[in-house]
Write a protein that binds this ligand. Sequence first.
Ligand SMILES: C[S@@+](CC[C@H](N)C(=O)[O-])C[C@H]1O[C@@H](n2cnc3c(N)ncnc32)[C@H](O)[C@@H]1O
Length: 359
Amino acid sequence: MIYAVYGLSMGKESPELKLSIATHPIGDGQTGEVVSEKGRGQAKLRALVRFPLAKRLRRLVNRFLYTDLFRLLVYSAFDETSYLRRYKDVRAAVADGVYSSGYEHFIKHGRKEDRDGSRCCAPIAASHAYKDYKKLVQSLLRRFSDNKELAMAKSVGSQTMGCFYSTGNKQVSLLCNLGLQDDWVVYDLSCGCGRTAQALARSGWSGKYTGVDIIEELIRYAQKTTTGYLFMVHHSYTVVASDNSLDLVFAWSLFTHLLLEEISLYIDDAFRALRPGGQLIFSFLELANPDHRKILDARRAMASEGSHPVHLDTFLHRQDISVLAANAGFHKLRFIDGADQHATAFGAFGQSVVVLEKP
Ligand SMILES: C[S@@+](CC[C@H](N)C(=O)[O-])C[C@H]1O[C@@H](n2cnc3c(N)ncnc32)[C@H](O)[C@@H]1O
């Protein structure tokens, strides 16, 4: 604003000039304008007053770009997958570790270069899971319009707020039992509305966290409720991280809702993104567990009545997990029973869990 007025007052009205003035504040002699002694004095005075003001303004704007408020306003509209698909150079730079994500590139350069950060058609946008979860989340938000917190908890399978907090605490306790360290870089594949992220923050854990999900409403809520963590919408079966860069990838109640081919794509890409010695930990349902079989019973009843379940429920066999893990390159496998009372500080975890380690 100040720059534009300045440009006009100097008699320069072309947009190009205004733009260049905006990026390079005018110093003495830069305008090439012939003015009187008095005029020159006034121009100097104006430059003196405006230059520091403009500098301060720019600094303020730059700071704002990295605040949670900015992320909330802009980042929810930014789509990581589409950005990386569109720009080969950014993809390469992220793979080389120059930027931690497409978003970092977008903030530092992409915006100024007029690059497009909006969503284009990405594989998951057409998937069963996207359609089912989008419908579920939107209907819960409508049904519980006076209690968004509860709508969000129900979206990730917790029917009460008490259950939301206790499940989050169990998830974190299990991670701690499996060796979670304070300086780790962790990736929450399907972070939902931030159930695990909130519990990690409550526990005082101080590593670097990235949470990714396919539903925009959930990510927006997670951003609002947990500050200091990075959340993003991502719509392909990949892990948004450079090769060998993560200590831990975990996925709670995700592979319980995906098809085998989708699960195997994620296992392969998690292997790529993990550092040697890094772990992929995920929960799953198995028919060998009588509690898990109840889910099948409920689905059988619905099928016989001709009604449709809200989303897919998938049962995995340990042998199948071993095959997928070995194909990806993982060498160590450890299973934790859903009924194992020592799995967490709060008792059994419920779902079965597998820990895969990259050699
Ligand atoms: C049962 S919720 C669990 C959320 C979270 N992991 C937790 O435990 O709080 C399942 C989550 O998976 C997400 N999801 C579904 N399909 C996905 C996919 N293909 N990739 C990533 N996330 C997906 C849903 O949007 C939802 O947030």
